[in-house]
Design a protein around this ligand. Structure first.
Ligand code: 13P
Length: 298
């Protein structure tokens, strides 16, 4: 069933867990996230990022995400990720998205506030929950961040806790994406996260917080971030990498003797994504047995 971003975050708040928010730029990724939610009995967020328009257009993937979510027994929010253009957000709202992120983090503060407040006014008549970002992570999905990760990341700006309180009050957002040391894309070393920044932002802002760049983080850091107030964790790159590796392995095994059909690749990718999604969802809910890390940095 489709549920609102506000409601799914309220569930997370009450249970003191984080909800996994998967970017799903393919049918296999959407099915894996939904099937994992059904198997674990936990809610999930399906995301379409504006930057993935070149992989699959919103017009194609959006209605599919909504239809799959609506017929599922799991609680699912269909969310627009990192939207930088309000006209693009309007299209998602008219389609029936139940959550949306306006990302003005690269803009001057005043412009970010003004556009985020416009996004809030746009979302209200659609009863769509709104996420906005303050502070900047300095990278986007699919980026490779070279070198050892240090704090603060190059080009990243940590969220200012006092400014976060004002930002929430001036925009009317529901949940806040903040920058505290994670990055989008592949990590080339251990991430160094500032839980102090996170705790202060949470104390000042008083709203559920979102971790972006969620894949590639250690299980211990997930738990610390959740304890500090993270209620939604965006997860993409490492799951996509694992699925890509599974498909590549199939091609390697076939060698030059056996034909590899496209459906063979989509099937192994789906199976790998499903295993990963189950692990991620249960880890963020504090239910994993801890015998294996959610994913390893390489
Ligand atoms: P990763 O791709 O680094 O997991 O980040 C996903 C994300 O933050 C999407 O908004």
């Amino acid at each position: 069933m489709l549920i609102n971003l506000r409601d799914i975050c309220a569930i997370a708040e009450q249970a003191q867990i984080a909800i996994a928010a998967f970017n799903v730029p393919s049918l296999e990724a959407a099915r894996a996230a939904i099937d994992a939610a059904e198997k674990t009995g936990l809610p999930v967020i399906l995301q379409h990022a504006e930057v993935h328009e070149n992989i699959v257009p919103l017009d194609v993937m959006g209605p599919a995400m909504i239809a799959l979510a609506a017929r599922s027994e799991a609680q699912i929010c269909v969310h627009l990720d990192h939207c930088e253009h309000l006209s693009y957000m309007r299209r998602a709202l008219e389609m029936g998205f139940t959550g949306a992120m306006y990302d003005g983090s690269m803009l001057p503060y005043e412009e970010n506030v003004a556009n985020s407040a416009r996004a809030a006014a746009m979302c209200a008549p659609f009863d769509c929950g709104l996420e906005c970002e303050l502070g900047s992570m300095g990278s986007r999905e699919g980026d490779v961040v070279e070198g050892e990760q240090t704090a603060p990341q190059q080009a990243a700006v940590y969220t200012d806790p006092a400014q976060a309180a004002q930002f929430v009050a001036d925009t009317g957002l529901d949940i806040l994406a903040c920058s505290f040391g994670t990055v989008h894309g592949l990590y080339k070393g251990e991430p160094h996260l500032s839980f102090e920044v996170l705790e202060q932002v949470r104390a000042h802002a008083g709203v559920p917080l979102v971790m972006h760049g969620g894949s590639g983080v250690s299980d211990a850091d997930y738990q610390k971030a959740i304890a500090a107030g993270i209620r939604k964790i965006n997860y993409y790159t490492y799951g996509a990498k694992f699925a890509g590796e599974a498909a590549a392995e199939l091609v390697r095994q076939a060698g030059s003797e056996r034909v590899v059909y496209w459906h063979d690749l989509t099937r192994v990718a789906y199976e790998r994504l499903l295993v990963d999604a189950e692990k991620v969802i249960t880890t963020f809910a504090g239910r994993a047995d801890g015998s294996e890390p959610t994913c390893s940095v390489s």
